[in-house]
Design a protein around this ligand. Structure first.
Ligand SMILES: Nc1ncnc2c1ncn2[C@@H]1O[C@H](COP(=O)(O)OP(=O)(O)OP(=O)(O)O)[C@@H](O)[C@H]1O
Ligand SMILES: [Mg+2]
Length: 319
């Protein structure tokens, strides 16, 4: 339903998106995960035909973004990360307004508006002003809006951002329900655990590059058996983390919440050389231990989200 081939977007010499290869089958609920600036919105906007790539190809429902953008727009529901609602409009009027924009007229217009409201559980707010809705409800209204023309593909850019835990759960349930209706859904988030258990597949992107892609269990299996060590030194953690980055035993190093996380390199079981290095460099070790592989550490390990790592030189200068 969605396929991208070598999809690339450059701003000057900067790669916002670099050679993305993605393939989503019909019915997939695909979690597109990455930190701020990773390239998620860029990808979604290209798929929505709102942004032209620098090179590469993308197909949505078999249509190329270059030759058949109109067909793609008809086939997708795109929910941007930030969208405005109009003052002085009631919820039902808001949806009817957009239904008209999709050229749905007459009785059918009211019917699809009511149906979309029902689908997102907002019928009780039908006659309220859109500006009176809470953030979570506004997000659901945004979703109702992109469902009006019954699209096959949904492109949802961080629909759960800014929601409280309960509203997040509702959003997840809603995504499941939409998947149950046979929609193909690409949903972005910067939090892996948020999507991991509802998506059948996830892709992890950072600095415009897809680092890992597959089903969640397979991704976790990639990092299992590769222990993550947590440690803490006296004083700032960053200088110690820099030293650990250069040790052959470490595959990835990051600092989080005043702690250093080290993913051990392939085949390394004994982590004592890490401590030896730090002590030799004059650091005082406060604590050190092996960490459970959970989704958070798996995410860190997969993205190797290190100390403000920049795109590699060959990426920055190639043009
Ligand atoms: N118009 C632009 N001009 C220059 N750089 C841009 C432009 N739009 C995006 N970028 C850069 O491209 C990169 C990817 O941005 P993008 O918005 O796709 O990230 P994102 O993954 O959606 O991040 P977030 O989680 O913050 O929404 C960022 O470094 C961003 O600064
Ligand atoms: Mg974004």
């Amino acid at each position: 339903m969605i396929e991208t081939i070598d999809l690339t977007k450059k701003y000057g010499d900067f790669f916002a998106l670099e050679s993305l290869h993605l393939k989503l089958e019909k019915g997939d609920l695909f979690g597109f995960i990455g930190p701020n600036g990773a390239g998620k919105t860029t990808t979604i906007r290209i798929l929505s035909t709102l942004l032209a790539p620098t090179w590469g190809e993308a197909y949505v429902c078999g249509h190329s973004i270059y030759t058949h953008p109109r067909e793609i727009r008809r086939a997708i529901g795109y929910m941007p990360d930030i969208f405005g609602v109009y003052d002085d409009m009631r919820v039902i009027e808001y949806l009817e307004f957009f239904a008209a924009a999709y050229r749905i007229y007459g009785k059918e217009r009211r019917r699809v508006a009511e149906q979309s409201l029902e689908l997102v559980d907002l019928t009780v707010k039908r006659d309220e002003l859109v500006t009176s809705l809470s953030r979570g409800m506004t997000q659901r209204l945004g979703l109702a809006r992109v469902l009006l023309h019954d699209p096959q593909v949904l492109l949802l850019d961080e629909p759960a951002s800014g929601l409280d835990p309960r509203a997040r759960i509702e959003m997840r349930n809603l995504l499941r329900r939409l998947q149950g209706l046979g929609k193909t859904i690409l949903v972005s988030s910067h939090i892996l655990p948020e999507l991991a258990d509802i998506c059948n597949r996830v892709g992890i992107i950072e600095y415009g590059r897809l680092l890992a892609c597959g089903n969640v269990q397979d991704l976790l299996a990639q990092v299992r058996g590769r222990p993550v060590i947590r440690l803490r030194v006296v004083g700032p953690q960053e200088p110690a983390a820099k030293i650990l980055e250069d040790t052959p035993e470490a595959a990835g190093v990051s600092v989080r919440d005043g702690e250093i996380l080290v993913a051990l390199a392939d085949g390394v079981q004994d982590h004592s050389p890490l401590a030896a290095r730090l002590i030799a460099a004059g650091h005082q070790l406060l604590s050190m231990g092996e960490s459970e592989v959970n989704l958070e550490t798996a995410f860190l390990e997969l993205t190797k989200g290190t100390l403000g790592r920049q795109p590699s030189p060959e990426t920055g200068s190639a043009s």
